[in-house]
Ligand binder design. Structure first.
Ligand code: SAH
Length: 252
């Protein structure tokens, strides 16, 4: 059986005793059925990964005794995902998959057609922690509070290319805008991108509106990309684009 891996907030040093949250204590004792002395692995996003043992487990909670460091801290590539929140399940999926795929920072973006504006940051953080635990990451992506698209663009650092997933084109009378003004295929567009930091922007179920699209495509740091001739659901677009970005620019 694999040794359980947990994220904790506490600093990790040899010999420390780290109290566990109720949910984690229950998971180790009731679900995994670990007894005191059983091995556990822990990370906190700052101090790498450590071997630990379940020190005490009882009615008043459980704690870990920290042993030796097993991995030193590393950071994933400086990749930010800007995503329009979608219906609850869709947003959960985006956060989980972006964590698995190695995004460092997640920024929910409110666009004109964003319908689900309530973002439960604590819930999303819990999803990111769980994904980080199981995916062997040493950090948990930061999830920022939602911001309107124009605010994000106003404060943008032009050194960071913004890869914009744009399924549309320019002819209003044709389906998806016809052929004129299509973005370049993502793999091809990324070949020219050498920057040390990158961001990906994806839209809501209804896409970006014409004005947002015009604005985005007028900005010098925006790299519009196509993810192929099919219209993908928002979550699929995130996963597909991240896979290409990580393999051509990132750490795959
Ligand atoms: N415009 C559509 C669909 C939006 S799909 C509509 O009106 O219903 C949701 C988001 O996924 C888009 O905003 C875009 O960022 C991304 N996306 C989906 N399919 C894509 C493709 N083939 N190429 C580029 N981006 C795509």
């Amino acid at each position: 059986m694999a040794v359980p891996r947990l994220f904790v907030e506490a600093p990790l040093v040899a010999g420390a005793a780290v109290p566990l949250e109720e949910g984690q204590a229950r998971y180790l004792t009731a679900v995994m059925r670990l007894a005191p002395g059983a091995p556990v692995r822990v990370f906190n996003g700052m101090d790498g990964e450590w071997a630990a043992t379940l020190a005490q487990a009882g009615k008043r909670g459980a704690s870990l005794s920290i042993g030796a460091q097993t991995r030193t801290q590393t950071a994933p590539p400086d990749l930010t995902l800007l995503f329009a929140p979608v219906k609850r399940h869709g947003t959960d999926l985006i956060v989980e998959k972006a964590t698995e795929l190695g995004v460092r920072t997640l920024q929910p973006v409110l666009t004109r057609r964003t319908v689900s504006e309530t973002v439960r940051l604590e819930r999303l953080r819990a999803i990111a922690i769980e994904a980080a635990e199981q995916t062997e990451r040493l950090d948990v992506p930061e999830i920022a509070a939602p911001l309107p698209l124009h605010r994000i663009l106003d404060g943008w650092d032009g050194e960071r290319p913004l890869v914009y997933a744009d399924e549309a084109a320019d002819d209003p009378s044709a389906a998806w805008g016809g052929a004129q003004g299509r973005a370049r295929p993502v793999g091809e567009a990324l070949r020219d991108v050498r920057a040390p930091a990158l961001a990906l922007l994806t839209g809501p179920e209804g896409g970006f509106d014409a004005e947002e699209r015009r604005l985005l495509r007028s900005l010098p740091y925006v790299v519009p990309v196509s993810l192929g001739p099919r219209i993908l659901r928002a979550g699929t677009a995130v996963i597909a684009a991240l896979a290409v970005i990580q393999s051509s620019w990132g750490d795959w």
